[in-house]
Design a protein around this ligand. Sequence first.
Ligand code: C2O
Length: 567
Amino acid sequence: MRIALAALPALLTVMVGLHGGEVHAGPHGQYAGVSARSELHARDTVSLPSSSDIILNGLQGQAPQTRNYDFVVSEMTGAPDGFSKSMLVVNGQFPGPTIEANQGDRLVIKVTNQLTTNRTTIHWHGLYQNGTVWYDGTASVTECGIPPGESLTYDFEPGSFSGTTWWHSHYDTQYTDGVTGALIIHPSADPPADFPTYDEDFVVQLTDIYHTLSPAIVQNYLSGTGPTAPIILETPDSGSINGVGQYGGEGDYFNFTLEANKTYRLRLIHTGSAAQIRFSVDYHALTVIEADGTLVEPYSVTGVNLNVAQRYSVLLTTNQTEGNGTYWMRAGLTSVVAVEGTTSDIRGVIRYGTNDTSLPTADTDPGVPDSGLADMDVSLLTPAIVDTPPDRSRFYQVGFNISTTSTGGTIAYVNGTSWAPLVGTNSLLQINQNSSYAGEGESVDSGDQFIITEDTIETVDILLINQGAGDHPFHLHGHSPWILGFDSTTYQGQTPNPTNPLRRDTFVVPSGGWLMLRYISDNPGPWTMHCHIAWHMAAGLLMQVNSLPSVVAGWTIPQDVVDQCSA
Ligand code: C2O
């Protein structure tokens, strides 16, 4: 059940399809022939998110409570970019329902799998699941997946996590096909005294879009053969903003109608699978205040580059006079190779102080004239609340690479092991039931599970070495590690920065370079660490960090989670 929101804030409306029934000629021809949303609706079965999925009403001040949701995963036809395709969605909408809660609440989410042949899971990206590792929702690691026709109720608390994140299927590459949504946890603690405030708060989900269902793409990618091979996997067909995008002159624009002279918090969430996405709003500076749940010192920029699964909150003030009150939001897929027939210039519209409903006129990005600002440099993000990690007590170096198979397919290795999902069991079950599984230190279990295990509470540094070309956005489940350092050149013993480093759960290991992270092994269970590019994870770019197995061995895993392994 959706949490009912009170009346919509008066300050804004969220609209798509302003141009119902008309065909608009773009100012420079580029957007000529954009089709009307009403026409799309005729062939859509997937619906758009509702206002309450986009506009956060701020639950601050509400008593701690249990928030119940019902998620039904099914296959439907949808056309987020105007191109009709098969999608896997939650509750018939894309993006799926937004979960909004306070720290201190409990979330109870019943997930029913209505797919005909595939299992599913939902992972709550960035949440710590301390004491509830079986609800991390990671197929092969913490559960076996919900079989078709069955349900699983995830039941957990946000614990010490707060901020902007998302949920998604963690069964193979299923999330690429549409099983994603926003997850917002409002903190109990007040922000620092001089931290900027804002008038309204909303969700901006940015994604790349593929017109082919992901299992077919994966099969061709891994084998090097098939109807879509050879394929350049980092080249999606298009993208969308809150489920509305453009492809080949079709599609529509997601539209925010705001009030002038207000400050809005935009929670940017990259829910996509491969491309980097650069977000900007014509003529407007953006002030970054949050990265993956960590409040950062306000940092004004012209644009923000998001990697897969990363989040940033930015403040936008509606005080510009250029552009007749209508401005493009741009969500450019910046890392994609220019391939004919794909659309990488994805846009939406922000308007205020005008009744003009025409599209913005700036075709090329005007930037933020005369501001002296630049795009966000991730190395300049500084936590707003000083948080210095304890000293290291363990150290591991882990190299990874991606190589081409003899048939032109792709395989990835972490420390020499190419991960493949366990079937009929999972790491958690093994650790719970078999004391010789995943011994302390580094191990390779069941042939293809590379695991780093600590059975005492340690401060662990992992140096990730990217042995190939291409940036890889890695995600560590169950933690928000300190990012001690990274660089795009060979690691040469650089001393990591222990002074107020950024904590975040999704971080880029640069092409040919390295990244060092630090975490404390105080959260019992096996935690996945993987490249969040869906195709790279499918090729084996995944390892696990296993903490306190002796504690896990004494736990009773909920029987319904266990039973789904033999179903
Ligand atoms: Cu966003 Cu392993 O997950």
